[in-house]
Design a protein around this ligand. Structure first.
Ligand code: NAP
Length: 493
């Protein structure tokens, strides 16, 4: 393996020397990348070599944090309006490079082409909205004499101050959108950012950051720290100069971050097991089409995918047959050919999903359709007569398998839906809004969707997970709020 020397320069003294000397991605200082400190990235389909990224050492990551900390002091003094202009320029650049970034997402994480391209466009929209929302964040003015015994001489001006250096850790499944949804609110509110992309997703993240660095963003305000989460994750999370952590990924890693972060504010978006609750008075055609789209798009590799169906026994046969018809119509295969269901991110993921299917079938579930596999490609699989004790009824598959659990007593819907460690979203299908409100109010989830699939967005809606699905809230305004803190200036006049 030949040595690859990457020379990067940086200038700490003039962080506002726009567009010059960015020491992004390749590392912090001169790195001699050898076989041991770079990781190659291959496409999900065809194992085409897409590129490589450096596995930064803890020392190099520490230098990035130090430089971000220094640059943040200047960045927070930049006019909000100017910060917003930079974000708008970033959105422009993303759209200019939509084809290149979209194609990289498609190859790197195996998402079909139109969804991958849409991810770029949606991200540009998210960045623009964030820029505008950031300009409208104002503080409060509080009078001292509105509290008994308080003095009219005291007036408090409460502003939203940046926290400092935000650590943004993103997952593989939306390598651009779920990264920018952290980076943009951090920047508009005057924070610096240490961005740790998912290993499989780093090259897409790099292209997104390249677009940002083509704007007038001052040097060092954003650092992309690449490497394996298992190797540098703990170091980043526990670094004393990290002021806040925003993370999207598995519940397992999220819980570990939450334990280690101690006094640092943390926002976590984690796993889910979203149920679709189908009552006997539901529009079954609507329910079937929403459920299939919700469960199988991007092969179920979405936190808000519908991951179980709880259906009233009275309509279970009819619903199952409608769902089956739609599942059988799904195209399966290559992301470049717009297949709806594509190979999973890696073999381990496919083995896990296959294990859930096998376990269910061994324990008495009925196979309605699917259960075919070609390497990482799992054909969309529908299982009926699943019971709550089967693993597929309660584990998050992150793959194209959908269990149907029949419910004979309407009173059991809430209990079954809540019988989960997760609480991201739930869908209720019924023609009776009052019933939906009654059930929805008892569900321990972040959001309830009426007569539609579970999904994130629009991106300015708060996005919340309860129980093991998350901590805190994202969504543009909520994200800005989480990345700022109240700071009071009290006038004694
Ligand atoms: P993951 O394995 O938890 O990885 C997420 C990120 O954490 C990656 O950047 C990973 O880096 C990093 N990481 C790994 N170990 C770490 C550690 N010890 N400290 C700090 N960071 C560490 O999740 P994933 O497989 O990418 O994504 C799938 C999961 O994300 C699913 O459970 C899904 O439900 C969840 N998700 C949730 C939402 C939501 O909004 N609620 C949205 C999307 C996905 P490496 O890649 O280098 O390991």
């Amino acid at each position: 393996m030949p040595d690859v020397t990457v020379s990067i320069t940086f200038d700490l003294i003039s962080p506002f020397k726009n567009n010059q000397n960015y020491q992004f991605f390749e590392g912090v200082v001169n790195i001699s990348a050898t076989a041991t400190n770079e990781k190659k990235v291959y496409s999900v389909v065809g194992q085409e070599e897409l590129g490589a990224f450096p596995l930064l050492t803890k020392e190099e990551a520490g230098q990035a944090i130090e430089k971000a900390k220094q640059a943040q002091k200047y960045w927070e003094e930049e006019e909000v309006y100017k910060r917003a202009e930079i974000l708008h320029a970033w959105a422009d650049k993303l759209l200019e490079n939509q084809a290149q970034i979209g194609d990289m997402i498609m190859k790197e994480v195996g998402k079909n082409k139109s969804s991958a391209w849409k991810e770029v466009a949606r991200t540009a929209d998210l960045i623009r909205y964030t820029a505008e929302e950031g300009c409208r964040i104002h503080g409060d003015l509080l009078r001292g004499d509105s509290f008994k015994g308080g003095s009219s001489n005291k007036i408090a001006m409460a502003e939203r101050a940046p926290r400092g250096v935000i650590l943004a850790i993103s997952p593989f499944n939306y390598p651009v959108n779920l990264a920018a949804s952290k980076i943009a609110p951090a920047l508009i509110s005057g924070n610096a950012v240490i961005f740790k992309p998912a290993s499989q997703g780093t090259l897409s993240g790099k292209l997104m950051i390249d677009a940002l660095l083509e704007t007038e963003l001052p040097a060092d305000v954003v650092h992309c720290v690449t490497g394996k989460g298992s190797e540098i994750g703990d170091y980043l999370v526990t670094h004393p100069d990290i002021s806040m952590i925003t993370f999207t990924g598995s519940t397992e890693v999220g819980q570990s971050i939450s334990e280690k972060a101690k006094m640092i504010p943390v926002v976590l978006e984690l796993g889910g097991k979203d149920p679709a609750i189908v009552l006997k008075n539901a529009d079954l055609d609507l329910a079937a089409s929403q459920i299939v789209s919700g469960a199988f798009s991007y092969s179920g590799q979405r936190c808000t995918a519908i991951k179980r169906v709880l259906v009233d026994n009275a309509v279970a046969d009819e619903l199952t047959s409608k769902i089956k018809k739609k599942v059988d119509e799904l195209t399966v295969g290559n992301p470049e050919e717009e297949a709806a269901v594509t190979p999973l991110i890696d073999e381990k993921a496919a083995d896990f999903v296959q294990g859930l299917i096998d376990d269910a079938l061994e324990n008495g579930a009925s196979l309605v359709t699917g259960n075919q596999r070609e390497e990482n490609l799992i054909y969309p699989t529908l299982l009926d007569n699943v019971t709550p004790g089967m693993k597929v009824a309660y584990e998050e598959p992150f793959g194209p398998v959908l269990p149907i659990i029949r419910v004979s007593d309407e009173a059991d819907f809430v209990e079954l839906a809540n019988e989960s460690e997760y609480g991201l979203q739930a869908s209720i299908f019924t023609n009776n809004v009052q019933t939906a409100m009654n059930i929805g109010s008892k569900l321990n989830v972040g959001s309830v969707q009426l007569n539609a699939k579970t999904e994130r967005g629009p991106d300015h809606f708060p996005f919340i997970g309860s129980k093991n699905s998350g901590l805190g809230a994202q969504g543009i305004r909520r994200s800005i709020e989480s990345m700022t803190r109240d700071k009071l200036f009290i006038m004694n006049v």
